[in-house]
Design a protein around this ligand. Structure first.
Ligand SMILES: [Zn+2]
Length: 429
């Protein structure tokens, strides 16, 4: 029965109401049944109550936030036109279930607008999340306890930046299996085996990264997420220690990937998941491209894994460092014939540019729209996918944005670096 115990850990409830040709009300409710304490209600729409002239385009620029108790749903301010309202619901009375909360919300809406037909769409989602623990640590026997602890602490710190309360994807950002590898092959093989045994014993349907040689990459160096949380129900977080012991920026980079992935509630196969993650945004839709996921992870790792000097250094290195090339990355990028969004892992070393120049693309977005807007993107991407959500969040399509970014990046580096200090000073997390 263990398999089914958490089968309804998290369900995605989506209600949509259309009541005139030009106006619509959309309610997204993400109910976390695993932790009734937290439910984020997202309400986006317009008022219909006689407000004139405000019902043109959907507006996501204005934002209201309100903290509600279960009974305080009634005063929900629907009279405000064109707003996006995030309602953080925190229930202290455990007798109130998410379902009653949602029913109350719908009822109060119906009472206000008796003519609105409300349709509820409630797909099954996240049945894979059968391990309720947020963290499990598997450490190779040749790694000291201090190094393991430091790796774990770095990961937890990164988690706290992007996935702590009241982040609604929290339940889905669980079952993170941190594997800390040393430099010894046999110890690496054994620790990977420990992880694989856990996966099998827990009863996950998909057993990933359990070939006899899968540990070798990480014994050599590097970090990665080698599972797809929304599809498999767990995140395999591989961290090498070779050469650095514990890399804080690597931990932040990988944890940002978990943040990205944990926002996907309704992907039923790899293709859907990759679409939502922006990995299929190149001109060739059959190829995984790196710029969006990796540019984000690199930028946010730089922004949060250290102090202002660290951030500046990392961003400077992304332009001036040579990486695998024979000239600075920026010069290499301008010689590259492929667009940023076409850079893929199939192109060998060139993919380095997707990470580093990609991080500058994200810096440019943050400078123009603010950091919060990037989080808004990720936390909305499940519903409409990468391309649509990009336009909705940043005002134009990503290919046009790339053209503008390329022009912007032509500035002398010293001009570009002027953007960095304000970004750090205005961090929102
Ligand atoms: Zn990455």
């Amino acid at each position: 029965m263990k398999l089914y115990k958490f089968a309804t850990v998290l369900c995605f409830i989506y209600a949509s109401a259309s009541y005139s040709a030009q106006q619509e009300l959309t309610i997204d409710v993400l109910v976390n049944e695993g932790s009734v304490l937290e439910t984020l209600v997202r309400l986006r729409g317009y008022d219909t109550g006689g407000t004139e002239g405000e019902s043109g385009e959907d507006g996501i620029s204005a934002k209201n936030e309100a903290k509600l108790s279960a009974r305080a749903i009634e005063p929900l301010n629907l009279a405000t036109p064109a707003v996006e309202t995030n309602l953080f619901y925190r229930e202290v009375n455990s007798s109130t279930t998410p379902q009653t909360l949602f029913a109350n919300l719908l009822q109060s809406l119906i009472e206000r607008r008796t003519s609105i037909p409300i349709k509820i769409f409630m797909p099954e989602a996240s049945a894979e999340f059968i391990d309720p623990e947020i963290w499990r640590v598997f450490a190779a026997s040749d790694v000291t306890k201090d190094i393991v602890d430091e790796n774990f602490l770095n990961s937890q710190d990164a988690y706290a930046v992007w996935m702590e309360d009241p982040y609604y994807g929290k339940k889905q950002a669980s079952a993170i299996y941190l594997i800390v590898y040393g430099t010894d092959d046999e110890a690496g093989r054994q620790v990977n085996l420990d992880y694989c045994n856990h996966i099998r014993e827990t009863g996950f349907r998909e057993i990933l990264n359990c070939d006899d040689s899968d540990h070798l990459t990480y014994v050599q160096g590097g970090g990665s997420i080698s599972s797809n949380g929304p599809l498999t129900g767990y995140y395999k977080l591989n961290m090498s220690t070779r050469g650095h012991g514990a890399s804080r920026s690597m931990a932040f980079h990988e944890l940002f990937h978990i943040y990205q992935l944990s926002n996907v509630f309704t992907a039923f196969d790899q293709y859907q998941l990759k679409n939502k993650m922006g990995k299929r945004s190149g001109d060739n839709l059959n190829v995984d491209v790196a710029w969006w996921m990796e540019g984000n992870a690199d930028f946010f790792a730089a922004l949060y894994s250290g102090d202002a000097d660290n951030f500046r250094w990392a961003m400077q290195d992304a332009l001036e460092g040579y990486g695998p090339f024979s000239q600075p990355r920026k010069a290499q990028y301008f010689e590259e014939t492929e667009k940023l969004y076409n850079l893929s892992w199939n192109q060998g070393d060139t993919v380095d540019l997707a990470y580093r120049i990609g991080s500058w693309f994200v810096a440019y977005l943050v400078a123009e729209h603010g950091e919060e807007q990037i989080y808004q993107f990720w936390e909305a991407v499940d519903k409409e996918g990468f391309s649509e959500t990009f336009i909705r969040s940043f005002g134009k399509d990503y290919k046009t944005y790339t053209e503008e970014f390329d022009a912007w990046l032509q500035q002398p580096n010293d001009e570009l670096y002027l953007f960095l200090d304000p970004l750090f000073a205005n961090r929102v997390r």
